[in-house]
Ligand binder design. Structure first.
Ligand code: ADP
Length: 536
């Protein structure tokens, strides 16, 4: 692998792009919902003849080699939990003796400071049907993990990382570029771990075009679904025009009259995982499966759920630089300075005793914002303050801004993406509201527990697997829960939490401590992924 800095040839930019990159913490990422295509109930097509299974991985130096490929990764670029996972799981794998590396696109939004320190490794051209597209490869070592970046200014030198008209082409390019660039990085992975629809085509392209390639002929594939709602669905014109698949190969990605990248990943990967055991079960059902339930039921033998962890170094109230005052389980009395600091910063009445309810997340139907706005008046009837940070659907952003105007002394809606503000809210709040309609894993509730903010959640997916309802009799539990997707049930859970906070201070402390003591470390979880990789 080239270690010396060389001058990087630049791919021709088709559009002028602004130069200054922002700090990751300040990147405002617009999260646009994908165009949803109505999925007809169809039976899964019989799996096309797969190429002969690859032989068991050979590990010359004894280390298993894993290439983790994703649409985003912390600390370079982030829109949500996927970046957190791509920034933490590979490091945990490396700490366990796995040679894990990560590959993401070289987006405009990656901080310039990081780009300046990347090493150029080489370039090649990627064939997308009739197109031949430039692919540069850069590397950057962060906390012991090597990250690779695929450079093509036409596809990635743009504002916002998803939501472009040609996302289907952009991520087909990225998926093929990953396989094409293995020779440049001189890495023969035993496992390629693809994530979400952005890289779902990697196992497809591997089986269709690269099983004769010496760098990946032996590679096995794992495909992780972080959110089944976003599947990468496009018109089937893409098959010939971009993917370059023949009729037989195209059966892997055809579904319900269109091209579905996620379906291709599920069909082709040796193992399919999702980010919590409960969600792995839920997506077999039409309510949660977003049309993919029949495919998943047919491929259930290779489906499992592994809960995500959180980066306990990054999400640590004892060291987080964004806090007004750091604290840990032994100095919980310092948490109140964060509430007072945030109240002053946001112009809310300063009162360290008023219960503060925080929310950090995408403002979309998934996160249960409709429940919150439906009973906001009732929530604010109580003596509480509510602070919400998020971006998302225009409709919810506006409703929240309007409510903030009606309740200036009680509600703040910060329509922004800011890791600094997110930390401040986790630290300042006493309760963290996450009433999701569905939640593959959810990281925010775990971060909240670590910051001594008690989660109030709907029992679904990863929320069900990570939050245990507080039991007044036994003193066990670390949160408040409700089951049915219903605003009144959510309100009742909030009332119970506020009641305990106000009237039973000792019990409240116990709930807080139970949450803070929970083990959400990636170290434990990495072991489960290693077992999965070894079992293929
Ligand atoms: P998602 O479904 O968006 O992946 P998760 O709970 O798994 O939800 O992860 C969300 C991550 O993104 C958490 O680390 C959370 O703190 C962060 N996050 C979400 N919205 C914002 C925002 N507006 N500003 C800063 N961080 C955010």
């Amino acid at each position: 692998m080239a270690e010396k800095k060389k001058t990087a040839p630049k791919a021709p930019a088709k559009k002028a792009a602004p130069s200054a990159a922002k700090k990751v913490s300040e990147v405002k990422v617009e999260i646009k919902p994908e165009v949803k295509v109505e999925v007809k109930e169809v039976k899964p097509a019989p799996a096309p003849k797969a190429p002969a299974p690859a032989p068991a991985p050979k590990k010359k130096d004894g280390k298993m080699k894993v290439l983790f490929v994703a649409g985003e990764a912390n600390p370079f670029i982030k829109t949500g939990g996927l970046a957190d996972v791509a920034g933490a799981l590979p490091r945990a794998l490396v700490e366990k003796g796995i040679d894990a590396r990560v590959m993401i696109p070289l987006y405009l939004g990656i901080p310039q400071e990081m780009k300046n320190n990347m090493q150029y490794l080489g370039n090649c051209f990627v064939q997308l049907s009739w197109r031949s597209q430039y692919c540069g490869v850069f590397s950057y070592v962060y906390q012991g993990v090597t990250y690779y970046f695929i450079d093509n200014e036409f596809y990635f030198k743009r504002h916002g990382i998803y939501g472009h008209y040609d996302d289907g082409e952009r991520f087909a390019f990225f998926s093929k570029a990953i396989l094409e660039s293995l020779k440049i990085i001189d890495f023969k992975p035993d496992i390629i771990h693809a994530n979400d629809w952005h890289t779902a085509l990697v196992p497809v392209f591997l089986d269709c075009f690269y099983r004769g390639d010496e760098y990946c002929k032996d590679a096995q594939t794992v495909y992780t679904i972080h959110n089944i709602e976003f599947q990468g669905q496009y018109g089937d014109g893409l098959i010939e025009d971009i993917l370059g698949l023949n009729y037989d190969q195209s059966q892997l990605v055809r579904y319900a009259g269109c091209v579905n990248y996620m379906k291709g990943g599920i069909e082709s990967a040796a193992r399919v995982t999702t980010v919590s055991p409960s969600y792995a079960n839920e997506i077999l059902d039409p309510y949660y499966g977003y049309g993919m339930q029949d495919i998943l039921n047919a491929r259930k033998f290779k489906l499992s759920g592994i809960i995500n962890g959180i980066d306990e170094e990054k999400n640590n109230p004892a060291t987080d630089q964004s806090l007004f005052k750091n604290y840990d389980i032994n100095s919980l009395e310092n948490k109140k300075f964060n509430k007072v600091g945030l109240q002053q910063l946001l112009g809310l009445p300063v009162n360290e005793d008023v219960p503060m309810i925080g929310m950090v997340g995408r403002l979309t139907h998934q996160k249960g914002i409709d429940l919150v706005t439906a009973v906001m008046d009732r929530i604010l009837d109580m003596d509480v303050q509510v602070v919400i940070l998020g971006t998302g659907d225009w409709k919810y952003e506006n409703i929240l801004k309007d409510m903030q105007n009606r309740y200036p002394g009680k509600l703040r809606a910060i329509i922004n993406f800011s890791s600094d503000m997110a930390s401040k809210i986790y630290a300042a709040s006493d309760m963290f509201l996450m009433p999701s309609k569905f939640e593959p894993c959810g990281l925010s509730q775990m971060i909240a527990m670590r910051y001594a903010s008690v989660p109030i959640v709907r029992l679904t997916g990863g929320l069900k697997d990570t939050v245990m309802a507080y039991n007044h009799e036994t003193g066990e539990g670390d949160g408040f829960t409700f089951l049915t997707y219903n605003a009144s049930d959510m309100l009742y859970a909030i009332e119970r939490a506020v009641g305990l906070y106000r009237d039973y201070k000792d019990e409240w402390k116990k709930v807080v401590e139970n949450g803070m003591k929970k083990d959400f470390s990636w170290s434990t979880i990495a072991k489960q992924y290693i077992d999965l990789y070894k079992g293929i």
